[in-house]
Design a protein around this ligand. Structure first.
Ligand SMILES: [Zn+2]
Length: 141
């Protein structure tokens, strides 16, 4: 399966703040890979990146690249952009997806009519590169 890359969606003025806790996720996304935290203590995979495992509180964590396959749990249609000069056009859809490996994440679904995105829809990760970092989004699979 080819990796999908997207562009023109994120507002360069409000990019995620990259730090030592989350850098691995954003650097992997820039390479077209979805990386989540894996706890070396209990094996839990989790996202968003935190400095400690949310289950066993271990700080012994690694980055694990997952498949990018996911299912939409919740979809919300954004009809009006949150600010006037948002680069992307509205409407668009914000989702919570569950990755095939378990973790959930908030993102958007691109590459289809926003109103067609519903709970239960199968999606796969796609990546928007902005400089050294990447943003994980999803497209229909
Ligand atoms: Zn753990």
């Amino acid at each position: 399966m080819t990796t999908a890359f997207l562009e023109g969606l994120a507002d360069p003025a409000v990019l995620p703040r990259v730090d030592e806790v989350n850098r691995g996720h954003f650097e992997a996304a820039a390479r077209g890979s979805l990386a989540v935290r894996e706890c070396s203590g209990c094996g839990l995979l989790f996202h968003y990146p935190r400095p400690f495992c949310p289950r066993c509180h271990s700080a012994d964590l690694a980055w694990t690249e997952v498949s990018g396959e996911a299912t939409v749990l919740v979809a919300a249609l954004v009809s009006r952009p949150p600010w006037n000069d948002l680069p992307r056009s509205a409407p668009y859809v914000v989702v919570v997806v569950q990755l095939a490996e378990g973790p959930q994440m908030v993102s958007t679904v691109e590459g289809c009519a926003p109103e067609t995105v519903v709970a239960g829809m199968a999606v796969r990760a796609a990546f928007e590169r902005i400089g050294d970092l990447g943003i994980v989004r999803f497209v229909p699979s």
